[in-house]
Design a protein around this ligand. Structure first.
Ligand code: COA
Length: 379
């Protein structure tokens, strides 16, 4: 009998102090703090400090980190030229992957494997992912990138550099909370990718470039874009129940539902739903939330009937939140990447602090004992 574990489900590959994902209880904890306590109560910058250094910052530490993040947001013109080369013809996640890889060419610490250099690169990469995401949007729409503003938070700068105008307080608060919610999530696929690359003692830019490529897929970070495509296809709340039943009948998965670890509600989903509702309270289009409600109810009925523990995940509500904020659909996963850069870099640092090459095995099930023959005699 095979002893393989397809998809590595349930396999524990190491210890971490960065976050705990308790799948049965539906709990997510960063460095000891529940996600419900963090989102909205502390800023994304404070969460970065928690993930990188294990503690929430005091006022002086936060002031220092903010300064370093703002300084780190600058992106060299050579890298913006790379974005100019690829942005029009690539998916924004492919453009980000290419640009982040290119950042290593101009990073003075690129090949420095010291812990101090890792700290500096974690800050720069997290800040630069935000600048690059906004620049990709500007450049592919034929407008010039906008430089970050020193008086704005990372969340506000993201919207400012993308749209060319300062966001209002609610939009900033929502993006800030969303960055916090997406910043870290245990040994998810992209973080695992980053740690595998780091475990070979490759540099941090290589590790996060691997991670961006892994996040791009629709079974991971790419799901939020697919959720919005689904909402647009459904178009009206009245169509939603039948659409879901038809899709399930065809054996399709409904994007924004299910999770490898959570067997109950993803704790991030209700927080995002609340944020979406706050936006609607100020007069936003309620259609996407009403469609989402019908999808959620129909999925609950169908999954209960089938005896499956499938619930909404973080991507289900982030899609309509981003869309209502005027963020283009194919940029949703880039926002996820901006947030998760904080988590990836924290994991790279943790991996390097106590490294052992990550190298599992595969069970070979192909033919054995074959012998070669001259090419003319092969069938
Ligand atoms: N819609 C309908 N059915 C789903 C489903 C979904 N979104 N997600 C899982 N299922 C079903 C599967 O078809 C499978 O049914 P089966 O046992 O009859 O074959 C069962 O639930 C288990 O799913 P499986 O795909 O084996 O789970 P996994 O742990 O390998 O995959 C995900 C987890 C997240 C990849 C998967 O749930 C999924 O593809 N979801 C949609 C994409 C998504 O939202 N991703 C973002 C994650 S944060």
């Amino acid at each position: 009998m095979s002893n393989t574990n397809k998809g590595l489900e349930g396999v524990v590959i190491g210890q971490t102090t960065i976050s705990r994902v308790a799948g049965d209880a539906g709990e997510l904890i960063y460095g000891g703090y529940h996600i419900e306590d963090l989102a909205g109560n502390v800023t994304f910058e404070e969460v970065c400090h928690l993930l990188w250094y294990g503690e929430l910052p005091n006022a002086a530490q936060l002031h220092d980190l903010r300064g370093r993040l703002l300084e780190g947001m600058a992106v060299d013109d050579a890298v913006l030229d790379v974005v100019r080369l690829v942005a029009a013809d690539s998916h924004p996640m492919a453009a980000l992957r290419t640009a982040v890889s290119a950042l290593s060419a101009v990073d003075p610490d690129a090949e420095d494997m010291s812990a101090e250099a890792a700290d500096r690169k974690a800050i720069r990469l997290t800040a630069q992912a935000i600048t690059l995401t906004a620049a990709i949007e500007r450049i592919r729409t034929g407008t010039d990138p906008i430089a970050p503003r020193a008086d704005l938070s990372l969340a506000a700068n993201l919207l400012y550099m993308m749209h060319g105008r300062e966001p209002d307080e609610l939009a900033e608060r929502i993006i800030d909370a969303s960055l916090t919610l997406h910043a870290e999530h245990g040994m998810n696929a992209s973080t695992f990718s980053a740690r595998v690359t780091a475990s070979t003692l490759a540099d941090m830019h290589s590790a996060v470039t691997s991670a961006i490529g892994t996040l791009k897929g629709p079974l991971h970070g790419g799901a939020n874009e697919r959720v919005m495509q689904m909402l647009l296809t459904i178009d009206q709340p009245d169509n939603a129940a039948q659409w879901v039943r038809d899709a399930l009948g065809r054996g399709e998965k409904i994007m924004g539902f299910g999770h490898r670890v959570y067997r109950t509600v993803d704790p991030r989903a209700p927080i995002l739903k609340q944020l979406a509702e706050q936006m609607l309270d100020r007069g936003g289009d309620t259609r996407w939330l009403r469609i989402s409600d019908v999808i959620q109810t129909t999925m609950r009925e169908e999954m209960d009937r089938m005896g499956k523990k499938i619930y909404p995940n973080v991507d289900f509500f982030s899609a309509s939140v981003y869309y209502t904020l005027g963020i283009p659909m194919d940029l949703f996963t880039n926002l996820f990447a901006c947030a998760r850069m904080a988590g990836w870099t924290a994991h790279v640092k943790e991996q390097l602090a106590d490294n052992r090459l990550i190298r599992p095995k595969a069970e070979y099930v192909g033919p054995v004992d074959r012998t070669t023959s001259p090419i003319a005699q092969r069938p």
